[in-house]
Ligand binder design. Structure first.
Ligand SMILES: Nc1ncnc2c1ncn2[C@@H]1O[C@H](COP(=O)(O)OP(=O)(O)OP(=O)(O)O)[C@@H](O)[C@H]1O
Ligand SMILES: [Mg+2]
Length: 449
């Protein structure tokens, strides 16, 4: 008889899980929280425990620790809310063998349970482990990931415009992983990393003798990504000469290898990224408008970290788990997190990740505190940003204030008016007066800098 203990503080969820396990022939016991779970487990241990992460009287992590202290060979599956992937990563580091994201599909739960029970002796994580799953956060970051998930199922080409280090590649991989091409290749080309003649061959391939040094036939990245996803990183750096060729490939879905007269059919979904505004490049004459429109079928804009500072604790927990040895329980102190929220992070999430790694290295114990800031000019930047206001005219400050308020409200003028303490009409007039963009920076609308 297969035995399982299910732990969840939501009665409905508990009953649903019990019913699904019973239907599949399991003997089920359940508990409504951490304390009850550990008591039940102590009185009669079982080989598999399924636990929720956030419960009234404790966390899934405490369940994992308690259970594993009693019986290290027990297999544990955690259930996490969509958006708390850092929880899942931490749980896996603490010894969970698998995790499922709520809302849970019960047939998936039963399948995962079957796998976990079969491997309950082996503590190796199961294949569904995804330690690199991104933190989707809340608010503006989450909105982008949700939209990405919606469009992942289609074949529409995607353009991600965002500052450096905001997670463009992470988002591109997420789209690939969420869609029907997930088991096909994900291939990336950085358009800024090659001189023009090499980039052309890198993208489209060449045949023997196409140019001096082409000693054999080599497929390009488009062909290598066949049936999968091709990430064209830093598309704004694509030389003008190659832009019509790329446009042709996107339209015809066939590539011409250099030196070959026979086009090759490819089935590829393209995700392009840029940290420069392509519209500005069009103005400068270095990017073709027709290519821009062809690529920009689905625009996604990742917010800079300073605009979603509330996600910093989740991101820090994720990186702390990623960059420390399992079981060390590294945490960042609340006052340090607060200082981190105030900093402007010009290097965005990449800079944050490096900061977390440094913090772990500098810290002597599991609690990383303010002392790691010693000797680096860290949160001063936020204050410097305010200091900038001195020396500006009142008009300039007013323009910035209206602009930032509109950004903060996602372009909602009524809310902006309320925040500014003026009428809607005044906000409209200011927008016109200062030539501000008609809508704020919102997911799905044009990239406005
Ligand atoms: N949502 C996220 N969850 C977890 N890690 C993230 C997330 N976003 C970014 N990172 C991490 O931050 C770093 C930078 O991310 P990524 O390389 O995707 O940024 P980018 O926008 O492509 O940067 P660049 O413009 O410099 O190429 C990576 O180490 C990545 O793992
Ligand atoms: Mg990148």
């Amino acid at each position: 008889m297969k035995d399982v203990l299910v732990v969840d503080d939501e009665l409905g969820m508990r009953l649903a899980m019990e019913a699904s396990f019973r239907r599949d022939g399991w003997r089920v016991r359940s508990a409504s929280g951490k304390n009850e779970a550990l008591a039940v487990f102590r009185s009669a241990p079982c080989p598999l425990v399924v636990t929720d992460m956030r419960m009234g009287d404790g966390t899934g992590l405490e369940v994992i620790r308690g259970v594993r202290a009693l019986r290290p060979e027990t297999a544990i599956i955690v259930l996490t809310a969509f958006g708390s992937v850092s929880d899942a990563v931490t749980a896996m580091k603490c010894g969970a063998v698998d995790y499922l994201i709520k809302p849970v599909a019960f047939d998936q739960l039963i399948a995962a349970a079957g796998r976990a029970a079969g491997t309950s002796q082996a503590l190796a994580p199961s294949k569904t482990l995804a330690p690199d799953a991104p933190v989707v956060g809340s608010g503006s970051l989450r909105a982008v990931f949700e939209r990405a998930r919606q469009v992942a199922g289609s074949d529409a080409d995607i353009l991600i415009e965002a500052e450096s280090g905001t997670g463009k590649e992470v988002l591109a991989r997420f789209i690939h992983a969420c869609g029907p091409r997930a088991s096909a290749p994900f291939v990336a080309v950085n358009c800024a990393a090659f001189p023009e003649h090499l980039l052309e061959s890198e993208l489209f391939g060449h045949v023997r003798g196409a140019f001096t040094g082409a000693t054999g036939t080599r497929p390009g990245k488009f062909e290598l990504a066949h049936t999968g996803t091709l990430l064209l990183d830093e598309i704004g750096e694509l030389p003008l000469n190659l832009q019509p060729k790329l446009l042709r490939v996107l339209q015809e879905r066939e590539v011409d290898r250099l030196g070959d007269s026979q086009p090759v059919k490819v089935n590829v979904r393209v995700v392009a990224t840029t940290n420069r505004s392509l519209r500005a490049l069009i103005q400068e004459g270095t990017f073709r408008q027709d290519l821009y429109y062809r690529l920009n079928v689905v625009p996604l804009v990742l917010p800079p970290l300073r605009e979603h500072a509330d996600d910093i604790p989740d991101l820090v927990a994720h990186f702390a788990a990623k960059h420390s040895r399992p079981g060390t329980g590294i945490r960042f102190a609340a006052d340090l997190l607060q200082r981190m929220k105030e900093y402007s992070w010009p290097g965005n999430i990449r800079e944050l990740e490096n900061f977390v790694r440094r913090g772990i290295a500098l810290s002597s114990g599991p609690l990383v505190g303010l002392e790691v800031l010693e000797g680096i000019d860290f949160p001063e930047t936020a204050r410097d940003a305010n200091a900038l206001e001195a020396g500006l005219t009142l008009r300039e400050v007013e323009k910035q204030l209206v602009e930032r308020t509109l950004e903060a409200t996602g372009g909602n003028r009524t809310r902006a008016a309320a925040m500014l303490g003026v009428s809607l009409r005044t906000v409209r007039n200011k927008i016109r007066e200062y030539g501000l963009p008609p809508r704020g920076r919102e997911v799905g609308c044009e990239f406005v800098r």
